[in-house]
Ligand binder design. Structure first.
Ligand SMILES: [Zn+2]
Length: 143
């Protein structure tokens, strides 16, 4: 399993990458109608798509926070987290590319969050794994 430039290992391969331009989510875009997908998709399911192929695309880092909630209880498997469980904030973020994604909000005091605030994609630690070391996931933080 490849290590990320930040020194950690992606919790799941193929969802995100550290690129020369910074962190990006790895998805796809339909050549027929332009619909973006994250994670990658193999077929376009836009009802008005004239037909096309799905090509690899990278999204981010700029986003806009749309909504959020503090997760006070541990998520069910296969979610990963360090013990003891520590609440975190989960946000809905609109990306400039037309995607709305769900992600952890990093280092964010929920009382300071505002709908419409600018956020930026980061790759940050999710938890430690006994055999794989520090696992990274995509998160957003106030820009
Ligand atoms: Zn399409």
């Amino acid at each position: 399993m490849a290590q990320d430039a930040t020194g950690g290992t992606p919790v799941v391969e193929g969802l995100f990458a550290q690129t020369a331009d910074g962190p990006r989510l790895l998805g796809s875009r339909c050549s027929g109608c332009g619909t973006p997908y994250f994670p990658r998709a193999s077929v376009c399911n836009h009802p008005e798509c004239p037909g096309g192929t799905l090509e690899s695309a990278a999204f981010g880092p700029a986003g806009t926070l749309w909504s959020w909630a503090v997760q006070n209880y541990p998520p069910p498997p296969p979610a990963r987290y360090d013990e003891p469980y520590s609440p975190y904030t989960l946000g809905l973020v609109d990306l400039a590319e037309g995607l709305r994604v769900l992600a952890r909000l990093r280092s964010a005091d929920p009382a300071r969050l505002r709908a419409g605030m600018a956020v930026s994609l980061v790759l940050a630690p999710l938890c430690r794994d006994a055999s794989r070391g520090e696992l990274l996931t995509w998160q957003f933080e106030p820009a």
